[in-house]
Design a protein around this ligand. Structure first.
Ligand SMILES: *Cc1c(COP(=O)(O)O)cnc(C)c1O
Length: 435
């Protein structure tokens, strides 16, 4: 299977190239040239398939030209090491928990799969260096995703004093093949250093550099697996096709759901639930996309004013706004509503949601009220509530249990190396990384 650029459909590359480059030279986004419908036999079996069985079958569609079936199985088994359970809140309303991975957020699925796929596709014997500039969450998912993957080293750059203590611990306490650099600057400095390194020919001649950025197709594809799993679980109880609410920021998660739907998955409608960063609902309404500066909210992983996957969604639907609206409903919710929702979900169902999941639930409620459509629904819970304990505890009047792996991480010490925001220092560091 080849992958084209959303800016030029005749620019097609192999999976290896799409994964290695991350972004096409024309700054578009890679998309699979075909989204074949999966077989009827697959859908008949779906209610009985495990997440990993599903992952192998879906991944094979994209990977079978480049990896053997055995290799695909190994990539899946090494990356999908945790479940994504569908939890029933009441008849017709469920939550798909995507936070059971090492960093307690759904990005673990994409990051772990991408790491193992990159390691497989990279020639053996040469160390691959992944450079990542991060302001927090991406860094920890990528660090954990690549941790202990042979043949790969990750160099994370984060702005000193500008990530939360928990995020810093999650990124910097692993050691091993994960190197964290605390940059004396802001996030933009981190990004500039990484970009300069990618553009530096003499550096690239001496070491293999790659990025792990969030638009990489290798991060997107695995996010479709759990949509198949969730709908399979809904089939078991006769609640299909469901409405699925996706708390969205860069819209990678939603895009993966749309890919699954194109491959034949029965989904009645997607709900793109957003916080005060409301560019997407405005786009659906007006048919014109206007990026906006991002604003800070409680659901901070969705504080995005220019969603990076929008180009993929537009590519899937052409410029046909009517079809787009038929497939996706979207609404924005304030922090005040998000707080209330956390309390209400707890009182109604005894369920503890984090602020991102709460926005998803608000999406379902709003959709039902405005459309009158009472079809079965599920929303995605993208982060563990313990990551937002102060906010959540205040609304539910209870302590949130801190999972052991988070507790363990908090007790480890930060191993990062301070560095200036000068490119020459960064380059010198890269060329002399201790073995
Ligand atoms: C990244 C993230 C989101 C948003 O996902 P997108 O794919 O960027 O739309 C939602 N919730 C959490 C917890 C996240 O980390």
């Amino acid at each position: 299977m080849l992958f084209y650029s959303t800016k030029n459909r005749s620019h097609k590359v192999s999976l290896e190239e799409a994964v290695r480059r991350g972004m096409p030279p024309d700054k578009g986004l890679y998309m699979p040239e075909m989204l074949p419908r999966l077989s009827q036999a697959f859908f008949n079996d779906l209610p009985r398939l495990s997440l990993r069985d599903i992952a192998v079958q879906v991944a094979s569609v994209f990977l079978r030209d480049v990896l053997t079936e055995q290799a695909i199985k190994e990539v899946v088994e090494d990356s999908i090491t945790f479940e994504t359970p569908l939890v029933r809140l009441e008849k017709g309303l469920h939550v798909l928990e995507l936070f059971h991975g090492p960093t307690l957020a759904f990005k673990d699925v994409g990051a772990r799969f991408m790491a193992r796929l990159m390691a497989r596709l990279h020639p053996r014997g040469e160390m691959l260096h992944i450079l990542v500039a991060t302001s927090g969450d991406t860094g920890s998912a990528v660090a954990h995703g690549f941790y202990n993957v042979p043949g790969v080293r990750v160099i994370l750059l984060y702005p000193a004093g500008r990530v939360s203590p928990l995020q810093e611990k999650q990124m910097t306490t692993l050691g091993g093949n994960i190197i964290a650099l605390e940059v004396d600057g802001v996030f933009d400095d981190c990004q500039r250093l990484v970009k300069s390194a990618f553009a530096d020919e003499s550096l690239n001649a001496r070491m293999a550099l790659s990025s792990a950025n969030s638009i990489n197709i290798a991060r997107l594809l695995p996010q479709s697996f759990y949509y198949f799993y969730a709908v399979g679980q809904m089939m078991r109880i006769g609640e299909t096709p469901p409405v699925i609410a996706v708390p969205s920021g860069n819209f990678g998660n939603l895009t993966a759901g749309l890919l699954a739907q194109r491959m034949g998955l029965p989904v009645r409608r997607f709900i793109a639930a957003v916080n005060a960063n409301a560019v997407f609902p405005a786009f659906l309404r007006d048919g014109v996309f206007r990026p906006a500066p991002s604003v800070a909210t409680l659901s901070n992983a969705m504080d995005v004013g220019n969603p990076s996957n929008l180009g993929r969604i537009i590519d899937l639907f052409g410029s046909d706004m009517e079809t787009l609206r038929r497939h996706i409903y979207s609404a924005s919710f304030s922090d005040a509503l998000t707080r209330e929702a956390i309390g209400e979900i707890y009182r109604r169902y005894g369920y503890v949601a984090d602020p991102h999941g709460a926005v998803g639930w608000l999406g379902v409620r709003h959709y039902r009220r405005t459309s009158g459509d009472e079809h079965p629904a599920l929303f995605l819970e993208t982060a563990h509530p313990a990551k937002f304990a102060p906010t959540v505890e205040k609304e539910i009047g209870q302590n949130v249990h801190l999972p052991e792996r988070l507790q363990a991480c908090l007790e480890r010490s930060v191993k990062s190396r301070p560095i200036s925001a000068e490119y020459d220092d960064f380059k010198h560091f890269l060329l002399h990384i201790p073995a």
